[in-house]
Design a protein around this ligand. Structure first.
Ligand code: NAD
Length: 478
């Protein structure tokens, strides 16, 4: 089979790298190269940023009515849904997430991201400050400029739309650098944006690697005004250094090491089902994953047994098979990282209940008990279908253990005790706390993390605050 060609998308046109170089995109299920992707460098980034700059400084997009921009984003959402099968398959081929999920969840959520921010920007109002007889004082939220959006591979289309929808809705222009493992849906999205009526140069896509590649060149580019990044905490540190030059704003959604805290008074069957989903869905490649399960001692054995049974019952398989629940991990490197964690956990004295490496790049959902909370598997973000289980006695102990991580993105609490639910939710150092549930979102609410899980919040007015410059105008009306 000949590999498909995927190019950059700059100033409204598909274009290969200036130096002609390419990189492979490997289908994790077959471990074969399914696409050859233009590998961008500094020259391609210059081209894309210049297109975005021109579209911002002189083009119609920042100067359109809000209703006009929103109409384009709604048309793009329509096109995303109309091309849903194709877009879902691109993500599945790039990174191995089951097609049933890329189709039913990610495509639908991507369209919802576009529609939500189109409507939210339309509904937004500015303030006036009365009480000054001689002056009229009011604010304006103006587009910030050229936005660099650097996204990860774990939900490619969903992450891309989560970043670009608010940036575009508020009148900015964008250069998107998708992860090198998952370039395909981003470029298709940019083509569809053009079809939806978005002017050329407003949404540009450059492919390439991070350090030493298009990613690093993009975030260092002096014509970029704002950087929105989702990925690893270490990468965030490096991007922050680059953003310091020119004092550019950053919004970071970084790694996590979430805890699911199960109290003995909880509905245990439900808690186990949700905690297993929080740890194993998308093969654990979720920043919000509940990779540490803390269980109150009276139900500890029961929960461990039920989690191990649930894990063993999840169906591994070809991500295109609708029955598959766990696809392969996204890449050989990532598979090596996750299986390395499992080996080391066993060496460190923990017990692995089932799971482990499979043929190809699959890792079967793995439940680990008796791991030292200070050991690597409990401390580091594994980003695979792996959870550790730990007993606790008191509420205080549970909160302390859940918070014993430099990350602070997500936490889940399972209890039937109303006061405890509120009390514990208030004490957990995490940007998202779910009680007796997981993953439920309202796009108006702030999304982001405490500590090393990020900087800033996105969603609703939080995205507006980041993607616009607020200006105060004072007019002498005397
Ligand atoms: P990554 O940091 O390796 O890469 C993310 C993106 O950054 C890619 O596009 C990559 O090319 C680019 N990049 C890498 N180094 C760069 C550099 N020096 N300068 C500029 N760009 C650079 O992350 P990943 O492996 O693609 O994604 C997994 C990580 O993302 C996990 O840590 C996960 O928790 C995190 N994540 C966080 C959230 C959240 O909302 N907090 C959501 C999804 C994923």
């Amino acid at each position: 089979m000949t590999a498909e060609a995927i190019t950059h998308f700059i100033d409204g046109a598909a274009i290969a790298s200036a130096d002609g170089s390419t990189m492979p995109s490997i289908d994790p299920a077959s471990r074969t190269v399914w696409a050859e992707v233009s590998r961008g460098g500094a020259q391609d980034v210059d081209h894309a940023v210049a297109a975005a700059r021109a579209a911002f400084d002189r083009g119609p997009w920042p100067r359109m009515t809000q209703a006009g921009r929103s109409a384009v984003l709604h048309r793009l959402a329509d096109l995303v849904l109309a091309h849903g099968d194709e877009l879902a398959l691109l993500d599945t081929r790039d990174m191995g997430r089951p097609l049933s999920l890329t189709r039913a969840n990610d495509v639908v959520r991507s369209a919802a991201n576009l529609r939500f921010f189109a409507d939210d920007a339309t509904a937004a109002a500015d303030e006036a400050f009365p009480g000054h007889p001689a002056h009229h004082i009011y604010t304006r939220h103006e587009p910030a400029g050229v936005v660099a959006a650097v996204s990860p591979w774990n939900f490619p289309l969903m992450q891309a739309t989560w970043k670009i929808a608010p940036a575009l809705a508020h009148g900015n222009t964008v250069v998107l650098k998708p992860a090198e493992q998952s370039p395909a849906s981003a470029v298709r999205l940019a083509e569809l944006a053009l079809l939806a009526g978005m002017p050329a140069g407003v949404l540009n896509v450059v492919h390439g690697t991070g350090p030493g590649g298009a990613g690093a060149a993009l975030v260092a580019h002096r014509d970029v005004d704002l950087i929105t990044f989702t990925g690893e905490t270490r990468t965030g540190e490096s991007i922050m250094r680059a953003a310091a030059a020119g004092v550019r704003g950053v919004s970071f959604e970084l790694g996590g090491k979430g805890a699911s805290v199960i109290f003995a008074d909880a509905d245990i069957d439900r808690a186990v089902a949700v905690a297993a989903d929080a740890a194993f869905s998308n093969a654990g490649q979720i920043c919000l994953a509940g990779s540490r399960v803390l269980v109150q001692r009276p139900v500890y054995e029961q929960v461990v047994e039920a989690l191990a049974k649930t894990a063993a019952g999840l169906r591994l398989g070809d991500p295109r098979d609708p029955a598959t629940q766990v696809g392969p991990l996204s890449s050989a490197e990532h598979h090596a990282k996750v299986t390395g964690h499992l080996r080391r956990a066993a060496q460190d004295g923990a017990t692995l209940l089932g799971g482990g490496a499979h043929d190809g790049w699959w890792v079967a959902p793995t439940v680990i008990v008796d791991a030292d909370p200070g050991s690597a598997v409990c401390r580091d973000e594994v980003f695979g279908p792996v959870l550790t289980v730990h007993p606790f006695d008191t509420e205080e102990e549970a909160v302390h253990a859940a918070n014993a991580t430099p990350y602070g993105l997500s936490a889940m609490v399972f209890t039937d005790h109303l006061a405890r639910a509120h009390r514990v939710a208030g004490q957990l150092r995490a940007g998202n706390v779910w009680v007796n549930c997981f993953w439920v979102r309202d796009l108006r609410s702030p999304f982001g993390g405490f500590g090393r899980s990020g900087i800033g919040r996105e969603g609703g007015r939080h995205s507006r605050d980041f993607f616009t410059e607020a200006k105060t105008v004072v007019i002498d009306v005397s």
